[in-house]
Design a protein. Structure first.
Length: 230
């Protein structure tokens, strides 16, 4: 059985990724901050074809990530998806920005994914062809001219570089690492006027992960499989 670990699995893209993998018969470890309030993924766990384990993890908190490791135990992880994210406060302009929220954005979206990979590395090494995919944003790319969003954009740019570096460091371990722009998605963050649904985004991400190999490690993708310049 394929084991898939997903952070931020309680809603939006993370929930649809959990659903897609579970429907394929995978064992999904779906982590989120407050499992007791995560009605949709708990319902998925009760009804899915595959096994869904719902557990607590705040990726901005090192102790919480360590506690999540106890849930997985020694099981191999075939696919690790860093999906958890925050907006980083609002507004994010030169004249008005919440510096505490900005710091939280770095903890959750830049440092957090690194700590998740670090913590679950022994599990990844037990898989035959382990893959790490981090859901980032086109706002992370220097090629995408877009003002404001200082906290969100800088945190996502940071995690892109972190993942590129991990890709280089993991070449000898046969662990493929990549980043993906999920599209402009109709989620709480993306809003109802966005281009695609969470289901469409998740299907695209899952397809990219399926094709990921050491040949493609370190690349930044779009949800439709195209390479994103950055």
């Amino acid at each position: 059985m394929t084991n898939v670990l997903i952070t931020g699995a309680n809603r939006g893209i993370g929930l649809e990724l959990a659903r897609a993998y579970a429907n394929d018969g995978a064992h999904v470890f779906g982590f989120c901050r407050n499992p007791a309030d995560a009605e949709q993924i708990n319902a998925l766990a009760a009804s899915s074809v595959g096994k869904v384990t719902v557990a607590a993890m705040d990726v901005g908190d090192g102790a919480s990530i360590t506690a999540g490791k106890a849930v997985v135990g020694d099981a191999p992880i075939d696919v690790l998806i860093n999906n958890a994210g925050v907006l980083g406060g609002h507004p994010q302009t030169l004249d008005a920005i919440d510096f505490d929220a900005w710091m939280d954005a770095f903890k959750v979206m830049t440092i957090g994914p690194f700590r998740v990979v670090q913590t679950f590395l022994p599990n990844l090494k037990k898989a035959a062809a382990p893959k790490i995919m981090t859901v980032t944003s086109q706002l992370a790319a220097s090629t995408w001219p877009f003002g404001t969003t200082y906290a969100y954009s800088s945190a996502k740019a940071g995690v892109n570089k972190v993942m590129q570096t991990l890709a280089l460091d993991f070449k000898g371990d046969n662990i493929a690492v990549s980043m993906i722009h999920p599209g402009w998605v109709k989620t709480d963050m993306g809003g109802p006027g966005a281009d695609i649904t969470p289901q469409e985004s998740a299907a695209g991400i899952k397809a990219v992960i399926a094709g990921l190999s050491m040949e493609h490690t370190g690349k930044f993708y779009k949800w439709n499989g195209e390479i994103h310049p950055w």
